[in-house]
Design a protein. Structure first.
Length: 201
């Protein structure tokens, strides 16, 4: 009888764990795709390790593509939501929009639509903000960064104001192109994300 109760208890624990397990969908560009790195050392892989260490059973789906823009992510998101039905969606897009000089208003429209779509599917959203180098001009860089701040307030979602905080502008933490974080910066990327992501799990 004791063995039966033990087995039943273990079965119930497993069922509860599976019920609590969710999916974290990351829709990003080269920074989250691990451009120039062994992807096993990228911040998304470090996130998977952190989840296990913290006792979470969530699955991480990395749907990031190098070179992607907010328009590309916007086009891809409906199929990703239908396939994975995530509990949390992390949006890490916009850097390539800015580097191409695209209008901040278009970036905001694309991200806002993605936020709305994710929420309509029952997911919580974390937005990772980006900033541009100063050589793009004060007016443009200010308007670009403001997109993320405004969306965080208007949509009342979790926000990391600047994903590359503590990394950008430090050559020792960047790859040779000066755009992509090096392998020794991946841990800092995770630390920038984790405090905002953990409450959503």
């Amino acid at each position: 009888m004791r063995v039966w109760f033990l087995s039943a208890g273990l079965a119930l624990m497993c069922m509860a764990q599976n019920a609590a397990a969710g999916t974290v969908l990351i829709v990003g560009d080269s920074i989250s795709a691990g451009f120039g790195l062994d992807t096993r050392l990228g911040w998304v892989s470090l996130l998977e390790q952190r989840l296990k260490q913290e006792g979470f059973s969530d699955t991480v789906i990395n749907a990031s593509i190098s070179g992607d823009t907010s328009s590309g992510g916007h086009a891809r998101l409906p199929a990703l939501l239908a396939e994975h039905q995530p509990e949390v969606v992390v949006l890490e897009l916009g850097g390539n929009d800015g580097l191409r000089g695209q209008l901040p208003t278009q970036l905001k429209q694309n991200l806002a639509s993605m936020i709305d779509s994710a929420r309509a599917g029952g997911a919580k959203v974390l937005l990772l903000g980006m900033q541009l180098p100063p050589n793009y001009g004060v007016r443009y860089t200010t308007a670009f960064a403001q997109v993320y701040t405004d969306l965080g307030k208007e949509k009342d979602i979790a926000l990391v104001p600047f994903f590359l905080e503590g990394i950008a502008g430090k050559p020792e933490l960047m790859q040779a192109d000066g755009i992509h974080p090096a392998v020794n910066a991946q841990g800092q990327l995770l630390e920038n994300v984790w405090p905002a992501l953990k409450p959503l799990l």
